[in-house]
Ligand binder design. Structure first.
Ligand code: KG4
Ligand code: ZN
Length: 328
């Protein structure tokens, strides 16, 4: 059994996964409410909260897996990218747990976790495939040929897709995180009313969402008082633009790489329009689509423990000097 720990952003996560990729437990202590009033994640608050929560979250993950620490064979932990202080809490806890038991430790790239989340569970995806990851912190498409690695084909040059949803939601007067609220509001609106750009920068597969956000800002400003009445149409039209870009890039990646399997991950995979559009587009083209349970799309430690199955562990005590890295 692998015990996974993930603290790269604002959720304190621990999970137990077996060597076949069965998720035995997957615990997430969300800090969402702590950061809500600031309109975004405050790194220092996140680190402190991880420190308070991590022991209890690990105990809970073991208890839910009906296991004790002695059943753990390997400890897996996110070593980056993410908020450096937040990462260090998870990494130090994982080192301490592993060292106390003399266990090996696997340092996992958070993005590799997202990319391989569809390899967990009863019907795991088989490489080769294309993966679209769209979260609050990251947006990219990757090609996966082997389980231990992935090749990034394109990434956002500015904001992540979730950030585009959150910032758009804020412009429309919705709370934080705004993605789910914008999704709900958009259901009452008409996506055809406002024409927002569908930015597809460069010749490759990169993304750019900051101009789209600015164009919503100008729309809201130009509408003045009428913006409040047009909120649902603005939300629907803006969401349609973000979703069109994500779907277009995923399809281009599949075409360019001549692949017919697509996995999707990250919190934005909860978006109802994105799910519907991807399902339609993939059905039309004979593409097999994997969108794992939401608990495996948003930040979680099961995907970290799952990815660790494919990586070489560091034996005790070689990992004690291991450092966290904020950047990919
Ligand atoms: O993966 P995640 O939980 O955390 C990060 O690693 O960032 O993703 C959170 C992001 C937030 O930006 C949130 O607004 C967005 O996912 N999100 C959504 C929806 N649910 C969550 N965006 C659009 N529509 C949704 N239904
Ligand atoms: Zn993430």
């Amino acid at each position: 059994m692998i015990l996974g720990i993930e603290t790269s952003c604002d959720d304190t996560c621990a999970a137990a996964v077996d060597l076949d990729g069965r998720v035995l437990s997957n615990v997430v202590a969300s800090q969402g409410l702590l950061h809500e009033r600031y309109g975004g994640v405050v790194p220092e608050i996140a680190s402190r909260r991880h420190l308070e929560a991590v022991d209890a979250v690990v105990s809970d993950a073991l208890e839910r897996a009906d296991a004790s620490l002695s059943a753990v064979e390997t400890v897996a932990v996110t070593s980056g990218p993410g908020l450096i202080g937040a990462l260090l809490v998870g990494l130090s806890s994982a080192k301490a747990l592993a060292a106390a038991q003399g266990l090996p430790l696997v340092a996992v790239d958070h993005l590799h976790g997202h990319v391989t989340a569809s390899m967990l569970g009863e019907a795991p995806i088989e490489p080769p495939y294309v993966c679209l990851v769209a979260s609050g912190g990251h947006t990219f498409v990757a090609r996966v040929d082997e389980r231990a690695s992935y090749a990034t084909l394109g990434r956002t040059l500015d904001d992540a897709a979730g950030e585009a949803f959150d910032k758009g939601a804020r412009l429309l007067g919705l709370g934080y995180p705004g993605g789910p609220a914008l999704d709900r509001l958009a259901r009452e609106g008409d996506p055809e009313v406002f024409g927002f750009p569908r930015p597809l920068p460069g010749d490759g597969l990169d993304f750019s969402f900051s101009g789209l956000k600015t164009s919503l800002l100008y729309r809201v400003r130009d509408l003045g008082e009428a913006a409040a009445r047009a909120r649902a149409d603005l939300a629907a039209s803006y969401q349609a633009a973000v979703v069109d870009v994500l779907v277009a890039r995923a399809l281009s990646a599949l075409e360019q790489q001549r692949l017919t399997s697509l996995a999707v991950g990250g919190g934005v995979a909860a978006n109802s329009r994105l799910r519907a559009r991807l399902a339609e587009a993939c059905a039309d083209r004979g593409i097999d689509l994997w969108i794992p349970d939401m608990a495996l799309c948003t930040d979680n430690a099961a995907m970290i423990a799952g990815a660790a199955r494919f990586l070489d562990p560091l034996p005790y005590p070689d990992y004690l000097a291991l450092d966290a890295t904020a950047r990919p």
